[in-house]
Ligand binder design. Sequence first.
Ligand SMILES: [Zn+2]
Length: 205
Amino acid sequence: MYLVKSPLLLKWYYPSLTWNKSRSEKVIYLTFDDGPIPDVTTFVLKTLKSFDAKATFFCIGDNIVKHPDVFEQIKKDGHQIGNHTFNHLKGWKTEDKTYLNNFKACQKLTQTHLFRPPYGRIKKSQISEIKSAYPEMQIVMWDVITGDFDLNLSPEECYRNAIKHTTSGSIVVFHDSLKAFDRLEYALPRFLQYFTDKGFSFLTL
Ligand SMILES: [Zn+2]
């Protein structure tokens, strides 16, 4: 269950998290979760390059260990890396100590100031633990989730959702995962084309 547009109530409940960036500039912040995955991440990198777009990749530690060359390629292309835990843990169902240790295991590999909790689900106690261990850490949510992981969504619906809800300063979630690929492959180049034509640029967080 998810909403394409993040509800205001959630933003109000978690004010210390980042939900979107400045609404006054024509910039979109694309984010890709759950990689790096061979072929899928590589497709994303190639597509971004052809639009001269930069993005942020919230990587799973376990995938970095499995696919170090793809991970290096993301950095080499000038994109930003974010922490997405080592094993894609669901915060609401995980003990705080386990959660923090899993976060740290991924942090060793990512060395970043950006964290996105898997599923967007994190307890307030886990937020405080992370913030006290890493005061510079920015916890990044989103204001648009494309639903590319949703097998019931057609590629065209995924694309339509994404362009309908995105605006200046939006943080948009795609997934560089095998599950999302059918929709990602269709929606991403069209999304980039649509907003490039409207004069937007795409930057890292
Ligand atoms: Zn994820």
